[in-house]
Write a protein that binds this ligand. Structure first.
Ligand code: PAF
Length: 278
């Protein structure tokens, strides 16, 4: 496993390596969800590259950039047994050298939900992902369904900008009690960790109703919201959404595929999760 920190060396390594090349972009603090993406990339490709970069441009001024978990040595130890070929762990200056001034501004699919709660977030994600795709030129890139809106944003940018990358989305990996794996789970106090499965439970309640034949989206939103509100440690509910799974437009009646998603805060930790209906 070669660990590379400069863009010149990474570009050269990717040009010279065997194809197809599968890329798993991450911000580090790797958990079982990331490792599933890496395993799948290993199965599908001759070369596997993982990027570890905490991208400052996708964090708002009041968000958790400063305290985001950093664990490079531990991450490398987790990746070695999975036969990863290349790890790119650049500094901020490598990705955004002085004078950097070009941005990728995603369209409609980035406006709602996370886009509305975290202004500028998807512009930062789209910019860094485009830069990584351009530098590494992967044939496939792997993302987790947990960040459902991010998957749609990346798929759209890969298509719109002719990046020639097949975006592969894998199911959310969960803890035994249903909590979606996330690097941010590490912020939860023991009490909050105990309460956190309410997020998935709320989605399951909506999904269960949908399975029973309920197609009124507002009824599903209400049932999910009631479950979240039943947990006193949920301090804020940013959204409860039942939206078209491709456009993320809120639905009245569910006809095709829908995404039920929620974002809540437990103390200062923000958790997001979603399930696909259909
Ligand atoms: O999902 C993440 O970890 C990040 O948003 C990504 C895709 C690595 C871009 O920084």
């Amino acid at each position: 496993m070669r660990v590379i920190t400069t863009r010149q060396e990474m570009a050269q390594a990717c040009r010279q390596t065997a194809r197809p090349l599968g890329l798993v972009p991450t911000m580090g603090a790797l958990h079982a969800g990331h490792l599933e993406l890496v395993r799948r990339a290993r199965e599908d490709n001759s070369t596997v590259a993982v990027t570890i970069f905490i991208n400052p441009t996708q964090f708002g001024p009041k968000e958790d950039l400063g305290k985001y978990p950093r664990a490079l040595e531990q991450d490398l130890a987790l990746l070695r047994p999975l036969s990863v070929d290349l790890v790119y762990a650049p500094s901020v200056e490598q990705v955004y050298p002085s004078g950097f001034d070009t941005w990728v501004d995603p369209g409609k699919v980035a406006v709602r939900l996370e886009g509305a709660c975290r202004p500028g977030h998807f512009r930062g994600v789209a910019t860094v992902v485009t830069k990584l795709f351009t530098l590494i030129r992967p044939d496939r890139a792997y993302f987790g369904q947990k960040d459902g809106q991010q998957c749609l944003v990346v798929r759209q940018l890969a298509r719109d900008l002719d990046l020639g990358v097949d975006v592969v989305v894998l199911p959310t990996v969960r803890e035994h009690d249903g909590l979606a794996m996330s690097s941010r789970n590490a912020y939860l106090t023991p009490d909050q960790r105990w309460a956190a499965p309410v997020v998935y439970r709320a989605l399951c309640r909506a999904e269960q109703l949908w399975r029973e034949g309920e197609r009124d989206a507002e009824t599903l939103r209400q049932v999910a919201r009631a479950e979240l509100e039943s947990e006193p440690l949920v301090e804020a509910i940013d959204y409860v959404s039942v939206a078209d799974a491709d456009t993320l437009e809120e639905l009245d009646a569910i006809q095709g595929k829908a995404m039920a998603s929620v974002a809540v805060s437990l103390g200062r930790t923000r958790l997001i999760d979603n399930v696909i209906l259909g």
